[in-house]
Design a protein around this ligand. Structure first.
Ligand code: PMP
Length: 368
């Protein structure tokens, strides 16, 4: 590997990429995978069948480029979101990672900046370096919270071109109040800052947690990013999307690759969206397991953060490495996000969650 790194160092890599490490959540083939916040429930048979049929029909026309405007998918996504949104308010790409990258390509770039509030989604600084946008790390309170006042003051002072607010936040799991989004939007008025609210986990929020979608009317610099990877159990299909004023899509059309959403991807998304209720049926079950993890971890003496997502971030871990490795030995992989004393676990099926909790308690009993 060192030899390879030396050879990489000889290549004329762009200066701001030199020495960086790629995104690298381990992909280890163990039976219980609770490390990347996927929906661990398999696709319901009805949805699986619908996708196979629609993809099969689309395959007949694969000699042609797909609909460059993925019109049907945008219509279906807009209908799902509600809030009076129409197809022209929606854009989609290969996962919300690509949606975010396209936004940074259009509104960031050399000489421009994007502000995030770590600990937050680990891809944000990587998307910034990939687009040669300066990443400005904002500061949260000691308990990882972010108040409207603190966020707004920091945005005013830094005047970034883009702000990334993650709600519910990865890795902490907690949703932001809409007052934070409103305050950040106002604070960015003078600098014309584009505000992205990354709601990848919105469907898992506690009842009554409002979405930033309700703030879109009249806010043309506000973008709400969503994904079909989590609640919709379609991480492998790579479909993310955004809702915003139509001119945001016009800006992104300047940077997207033509036909970036394959006919197979569009068919998969369209078929799945015809079965939304079935597809989302497991969300409630996942929320039950999420809440169970929070209460069980509390009982075991850990300090889990309150979670509006399908994962739980917990502190009070004496030896993160030993716990992580002890779980892995039992075929359970969770995530060490690099924050001392903390780990993150995805809420799986009831059986997977039980396996995690039983093994964890066993490790504690063994004095790990
Ligand atoms: N945003 C957040 C906060 C995430 O955690 C993830 C995935 N881990 C994404 C965006 C990207 O997901 P995808 O590209 O699969 O839509």
């Amino acid at each position: 590997m060192n030899e390879r790194l030396n050879r990489l160092a000889n290549l004329p890599l762009r200066e701001n990429l030199q020495g960086l490490a790629p995104y690298g959540a381990p992909q280890i083939d163990v039976p219980i995978q609770l490390n990347v916040n996927e929906n661990t429930h398999p696709l319901p048979a009805e949805v699986h069948r619908a996708i196979v049929e629609e993809v099969s029909a689309a395959a007949v026309g694969l000699n042609r480029y797909p609909d460059r405007e993925f019109t049907e998918l945008r219509e279906r996504l807009a209908a799902y979101l509600g809030h009076g949104l129409a197809a022209e308010n929606v854009w989609a790409a290969n996962g919300s990672n690509e949606v975010l990258q396209q936004i940074l390509q259009a509104f960031g770039g050399p000489g421009r900046s994007v502000m995030g509030f770590p600990p937050t989604y680990s891809m944000y600084p990587l998307l910034a370096s990939g687009t040669d946008t300066t990443y400005i790390p904002g500061v949260r309170s000691a308990d990882y919270g972010l108040s409207a006042h603190d966020a707004a003051e920091q945005v005013k002072a830094a005047a970034p071109n883009i702000v990334l607010l993650c709600s519910p936040n990865n890795p902490t799991g907690t949703a932001l109040g809409l007052d934070v989004v409103e305050a950040v939007y106002e604070a960015g008025r003078a600098s014309n800052t584009v505000v992205i609210v990354d709601e990848a986990y919105a469907e898992f929020a506690h009842t009554g947690t409002p979405s930033a979608l309700s703030l879109l009317p009249g806010r043309e610099r506000l973008i709400v990013s969503r994904t079909m990877s989590k609640a919709f159990a379609l991480a492998g299909a790579r479909i993310g999307y955004l809702a915003a004023a139509p001119e945001i899509s016009d800006a992104i059309r300047l940077v997207r690759l033509p036909y970036h959403l394959s006919a197979v991807t569009q068919a998969t998304g369209n078929a799945a969206l015809k079965h939304i209720d079935t597809l989302l049926a497991n969300v409630e079950a996942i929320k039950v397991q999420r809440d169970r993890i929070v209460s069980e971890l509390t009982r075991l003496g850990f300090t889990p953060a309150s979670s509006d997502s399908n994962f739980v971030f917990f502190g009070g871990v004496k030896n993160t490495k030993a716990i992580w490795e002890g779980l892995l030995e039992a075929g359970v992989i969770i995530r060490d996000v690099g924050i001392p004393g903390h780990l993150r676990v995805t809420a799986g099926t009831e059986a997977e969650t039980t396996a995690f909790l039983v093994r964890l308690e066993e490790l504690l009993t063994q004095g790990v």
